[in-house]
Write a protein that binds this ligand. Sequence first.
Ligand code: NAD
Ligand code: UDP
Ligand code: UDP
Length: 316
Amino acid sequence: MRILVTGGAGFIGSHLVDKLMDEGHEVICLDNFYTGHKRNLLKWLGNPYFELIRHDITEPIRLEVDQIYHLACPASPVHYQYNPVKTVKTNVMGTLNMLGLAKRVKARLLLASTSEVYGDPEVHPQNEEYWGNVNPIGIRSCYDEGKRIAETLTFDYYRQNNVDVRVARIFNTYGPRMLENDGRVVSNFIVQALKGTPLTVYGNGSQTRSFCYVSNLVEGLIGLMNNEYIGPINLGNPDEYTILELAQTIQNMINPEVEIKFEPLPSDDPRRRRPDITKAKTLLNWEPNVPLQEGLKLTIEDFRQRVKTEKKLVIS
Ligand code: NAD
Ligand code: UDP
Ligand code: UDP
């Protein structure tokens, strides 16, 4: 099959590309390299079944493909809030263009949506029937509302134009290749502990998240794409931790001497988050199996290599 991955040079996208290439597909990756990097795809450059196109999805593009994994959109609050208008454009115009493309070539499109559509949830754990509690005018809205309208567009193209669609609601995912300056909690804590600087816990650290290792998430995305169920469907690991517990875990794994310091909680920060994955379990037969400690070990190892290389570069 010929498969398009938008945002394929990013964190989740590049792991997805690896898996699709290993499965023997022809893969086209579209990316504007805002938060993605060519180095994530180095091993495929030059492979005749792989093509990397520098392209901003807010502009139309014509390609012939069978499936589209639509992931292009910055995912870290630091990056999506840097240019919030652009984040809205990417979600609205970018998703519209990809749906237009899917309509023209009769491709199946999977939208990478997010647990952020549930906002600061009043229902816990979050199931797919919950409509969410989202501030429409806050600093996270460009992303949360952007993804909500992306879901709306996806379902409207399905109803109005018979586009074959899938919608995944992805919960916090971590793993190798997250950027050092990504700004999300797992990479921040790991980089801080490796550098011996204090771990920055926002608020009192009692807010919760549930962290899914990236290989598990990628299996879920591929499972949904090739299933008859349209979604929306939650993909995430239901093991829930407070942010303080996460800080202590990473502290103990890397450097028990490193301090934990408390900083102000950003506005609209969801207080708790945990997926109800009954649907994914029953309909996709999917369930994450990498425990936090194990996933963190692999992620820390990747960051250690990179921090080491950086030090070497500075010395030479
Ligand atoms: P990421 O920032 O590493 O990847 C996003 C990729 O999209 C990058 O390569 C970036 O350069 C590219 N991109 C951004 N805007 C673009 C544009 N206008 N045109 C072309 N390319 C563009 O983030 P990620 O963690 O890999 O997330 C991938 C997708 O999964 C996103 O849609 C995100 O919303 C969704 N998601 C991620 C998580 C998570 O925890 N990682 C959780 C929920 C949803
Ligand atoms: N589009 C695209 N590639 C395609 C087909 C469409 O980028 O192969 C864009 C198109 O330019 C438009 C959007 O997708 O901006 C929606 O297309 P659709 O055909 O649904 O709507 P229309 O072009 O009629 O507005
Ligand atoms: N967080 C933190 N310290 C950091 C980065 C994030 O305490 O250095 C907190 C953040 O306030 C939030 C949680 O960790 O409560 C998860 O943040 P992240 O940006 O990773 O993802 P999201 O808020 O989008 O789930």
